[in-house]
Design a protein around this ligand. Structure first.
Ligand code: P6P
Length: 338
């Protein structure tokens, strides 16, 4: 191969961030360094997942219950610790907030206000781990603003437009990292032989419409009538197909590439839905909008929601613009009739 081919094939993540920002200033260097550490976390987690069946203590439950009242999987805990460890010495990220911690983890050394906060779901869809199906990590980077004397992340309670960067790592047949720093969505594949994430797709665009709808129809009788109307519509109309893996990141990844809509509506039991706002829905909504798609609660753009608490849940409708608008139209119709 000539050097240009080689050069094109080896755009690493850190270099891509600098190219994206067309700057080598301090913030560009910070974000490049942050993304490099996110990539390191992804490599460490991917390695553990690939050996989960062989490594003593990697599978199953720890016996603990997390702040959400959910049984903690060993892999959840391991992945949570990986993110903390890769940022501990970085001097970049001052605190980390995740589904696995009820208050943010602070990194005190040399971390003045104005650095960065990382909100993340270390392993999303962990019920898939024990059956070797895809899982993901989701991350959101924000500027750390103001003080937080109670150490409860109060200043993180801001709308999704405040995100500086967001993305996910999909642990599937290959490990893929998808990110945006507000200049489009870009996809990297982990090349195990290099130990590097290499650029695979730049400026990913979600098709305006897609055939896939991704929702757990087992909750049908718990939904509002509008969601049942939508489901009846796609059942009756040609050209729709259902795909649902039980792990958000894989379902979203399919839709980013092929178009369609993912929904996790509110139910009778959980009117606010199941998915978390700050470290699941908001980062994914950031990506969706950057890829010319849409994300909504059903009543407002997801990125406009201002949370009142760190682990707040939200209904999520996300994907191709036209598909999201179709779902919203059933909600508007029902609201009009009420
Ligand atoms: P249900 C996994 O537990 C998760 O948080 C997401 O990854 C996934 O999309 C959703 O919950 C699945 O929830 O209720 O359909 O099993």
């Amino acid at each position: 191969e000539d050097i240009h081919t080689l050069d094109r094939d080896c755009t690493t993540l850190s270099r891509h961030v600098l190219e994206q920002l067309q700057s080598f200033g301090p913030e560009a260097q910070d974000l490049s360094a942050i993304m490099t550490r996110i990539a390191l976390a992804g490599k460490l987690i991917a390695r553990r997942l690939s050996r989960a069946g062989l490594v003593e203590g990697a599978l199953g439950f720890t016996g603990d219950i997390n702040v959400q009242g959910e049984a903690v999987k060993k892999m959840d805990l391991y992945a949570n610790e990986v993110f903390i460890s890769v940022f501990k010495q970085s001097g970049l990220v001052c605190r980390l907030a995740s589904e696995e911690m009820d208050t943010p983890y602070y990194i005190p050394e040399n971390c003045p206000i104005g650095r960065y906060s990382l909100l993340y779901d270390p392993i999303d869809g962990s019920s898939n781990v024990d059956v070797n199906l895809n899982v993901g990590s989701i991350f959101s980077i924000r500027q750390q603003q103001g003080d937080d004397p109670q150490h409860n992340g109060q200043d993180l309670l801001q709308d999704g437009h405040q995100q500086i960067a967001a993305g996910y790592i999909l642990y599937g047949p290959s490990t893929v990292l998808v990110y945006s720093i507000g200049r489009g969505v870009h996809v990297f594949n982990l090349d195990p032989s290099l130990g590097e994430f290499i650029l695979a797709t730049e400026n990913l665009r979600i098709p305006d419409h897609g055939p896939t709808y991704s929702v757990n129809e087992g909750n049908f009788w718990q939904w509002d009538e509008s969601m049942r109307d939508f489901t009846r519509y796609v059942h009756r109309h040609e050209g729709y197909t259902a795909r649902y893996s039980g792990a958000l990141v894989g379902d979203i990844h399919r839709i980013l590439f092929q178009g369609g809509v993912f929904l996790y509506p509110g139910t009778r039991k959980q009117p606010e839905g199941k998915l978390r706002l700050l470290y699941e829905s908001a980062p994914l909504a950031f990506l969706a909008e950057q890829a010319n798609g849409a994300a909504s609660t059903g009543y407002q753009p997801l990125l406009e929601v201002v949370p009142t608490e760190l682990h707040q849940r939200t209904p999520l409708i996300i994907g191709s613009r036209e598909n999201v608008a179709l779902v919203e139209s059933f909600i508007q119709e029902r609201t009009r009739l009420e």
